[in-house]
Design a protein around this ligand. Sequence first.
Ligand code: SF4
Ligand code: SF4
Length: 271
Amino acid sequence: MAAYSYPELIPVAEEENAASAEQLSADATAFALSHQADAVGIAAMDPLYVFEGYTVDEPWVIVLGLAHNYERLKEVPSDETNGVGVVDIGDQYAKGTRSSYALANWIRSQGYTANPYPGPSASALVLIPPAIAAGLGELGKHGSLISPKFGSGVRLAGVTTNMPLVATGPSRFGADDFCSTCQVCTRACPPGAISKEKQMVRGVERWYVDFDKCIPYFAETASCGICIAECPWTRPDVRPKLLATMARRMADKADSSHVPTSEASTRKAYQ
Ligand code: SF4
Ligand code: SF4
């Protein structure tokens, strides 16, 4: 209910803040971080970020990351006796609603158009692709974002705007590489919706989740989230080790002395 309780949007101020794009980007980021966002990235708008049948006119999208409480998230899936995990999912979406509306209203007070798109139903805006473009994380095998700060335990919200901004750019920390030899989510997914290997999806080779399998299970259990809770990157005690391991592997690759990885060596990295 809180996630769908949208605050009022204020009118756009008549006078534009004439600061540089760099300064406005820094100010918008600082504002979002002090208004419940846990991570912030900026990407140039791409028509591919907009669902068919919708139009978004603003040239920029600011993506907000809202971090899960791992102790609560790991209790998914929920049932009548245990609703802790799903409550945390709702809490993060509600935080995303408040944070994205607050940021949109701050931008409007600076004289620029801004529209909030909080999850889970971000209407026109697809949130994961701009989040990846803005450096908030990489796409995981489970079809969700993997953040270097929060692992897979992160929800997203977006704000589109015509405020002049500077893109933050993508960031690779090895999650995609790690997924190629990890099968934790594939094995943990009750309906077997997560493909082991990348597949060609609309002309792009990428990780693939069969939502015709995921969604019925998701509906039966009144939400799921097992794949993001079980992902090794989500565990706060494991994430720093994974970041260090993958940084070493990437450095090895850059030196052209990369040793091929196996599922066993990948498992060793987090056990
Ligand atoms: S949300 Fe649940 S059913 Fe859907 S892919 Fe993840 S583990 Fe599988
Ligand atoms: S559980 Fe393993 S394969 Fe699945 S998203 Fe996380 S790291 Fe990738």
